[in-house]
Design a protein around this ligand. Structure first.
Ligand SMILES: Cc1ncc(COP(=O)(O)O)c(C=O)c1O
Length: 396
């Protein structure tokens, strides 16, 4: 190896370790000690991909023409189905020829859209706590500068746009926004989205509306799309959570044609698209939509999450936590209990790992997440109840 320069680029050196990687290391050590873990950390649904979707995939995989390179922007039939879904779900008209692109999961779209627009030093407005890819994989890997918009409980976990310096807003190129929100479970009203779209127009930045939890809403709340209010921007969504397909990596980005042209240009130089048989199968799921109403297979899953949500939130409150019921997502974002408020959230998470309960520390989503932890409702009710029993022992 002598003489080979192994020094990483500065933009890679500045990246933190992806939070789940660090937690995985702790869990691996615990497993060696024989701890039975209840994983409520990562947001990966335990519910299965619907059988009819898997069957379609198997059948389509055997078709020879589906075994060749796909197109990086997605097949015609796929983009048409995404446009149709947007029409039925949101009443939004999109031209599948120019206003839709396939992405290999929302994560890829979130990261690659920055490559289209961000020059070195450009400011990107990123919610914090927030999905870590906005600031890291997207902004920093393009030599951009994330500006952290704090999401505070007292503001309903919405960014306070008035508090952002006008100079920052003027220099901002993009804003990432995500409601229903990971990690806080918060939702945004149409009035708030209108306010953001007015700011975007006044200060000339693009909104990347990341909406993978659009379908995970409780009671009668239906999540809106930014495209219903303003078609200058783009929205990203995927089959990952909608159809429990995180492992299949299939999503889309839709909206303003000039933005879509840019992402297609970038992607055509990087990837060769997602497997056609997976796109075919996702279309089967999308075609279930007739209106904004959730099809049965999704409604059934929401009912499961709702039971888990109620059990966990009520259970935590019964043992001295102060936890709110979220209106959306399958996450519970809560302050660490008073008894442990002297600990950092990472140290508190380590305590939970010792008793076999895995949650995500708030700081995994950025510095404004300190003092909080996130539970993902991705385990059966009995396991959630067991986690509560174990946590109860820590509270006495
Ligand atoms: C806010 C947010 N955006 C995007 C993603 C990416 O999801 P996927 O790449 O599986 O579509 C996730 C996944 O957890 C997320 O929480």
């Amino acid at each position: 190896m002598l003489g080979i320069n192994l020094e990483y680029a500065e933009r890679v050196k500045q990246l933190p370790i992806y939070i789940f990687v660090e937690i995985e290391q702790l869990i691996a050590e615990g497993r060696k000690k024989g701890i039975d873990f209840i994983p409520l950390g990562i947001g990966d649904p335990d519910l299965n991909t619907p059988e009819f979707i898997v069957n379609e995939m198997i059948e389509q995989a055997t078709v020879p023409t589906n075994q060749n390179y796909p197109s990086s922007m997605g097949e015609d039939f796929y983009r048409e189905a995404v446009a149709m879904w947007n029409k039925k779900r949101y009443g939004v008209d999109l031209d599948p020829k120019t206003e839709v692109s396939h992405v290999m999961g929302g994560k890829e779209g979130v990261a690659n859209i920055a490559r289209v627009f961000v020059n070195p030093g450009d400011i990107v407005l990123c919610p914090n706590p927030g999905y870590p890819v906005y600031a890291n994989g997207a902004t920093k890997l393009c030599d951009g500068v994330p500006y952290l918009m704090p999401l505070k409980k007292e503001n309903g976990f919405l960014p306070k746009l008035k508090e952002i310096d006008v100079m920052i807003l003027r220099k901002a190129k993009l804003m990432y926004l995500n409601y229903p929100n990971n990690p806080t479970g918060a939702i945004a009203s149409r009035e708030f989205l209108k306010e953001v779209s007015d700011y975007a127009e006044d200060y000339n930045f693009l909104i990347i509306y990341d909406n993978p939890y659009s379908e995970f809403t409780f009671e009668d709340y239906i999540a809106p799309s930014i495209l219903q209010l303003d078609n200058n921007h783009v929205e990203i969504n995927s089959a990952s959570k909608m159809f429990n397909m995180t492992g299949f990596r299939c999503g889309w980005i839709a909206g303003n044609a000039e933005i879509i042209k840019g992402i297609r240009k970038v992607k055509s130089q990087i990837d060769s698209g997602g497997p056609i048989f997976i796109q075919k199968a996702v279309v089967k799921g999308l075609n279930l939509y007739r209106s904004e109403e959730k099809p049965d297979i999704i409604a059934k899953n929401i009912a499961i999450y709702e039971k888990r949500r109620n059990a966990l939130v009520n259970g935590l409150n019964d043992i001295g936590w102060k936890t709110d019921l979220p209106k959306a997502t399958f996450y519970i974002w809560t302050k660490i209990p008073d008894k442990y408020s002297n600990l950092t959230c990472m140290d508190f998470v380590k305590k939970l790992i010792e008793i076999g309960v895995i949650v995500t520390p708030g700081t995994g989503f950025g510095e404004y997440g300190e003092g909080f932890v996130r539970f993902a409702l991705t385990q059966p009710l009995e396991r959630i109840k067991e986690a509560l029993e174990r946590i109860n022992k820590l509270m006495n």
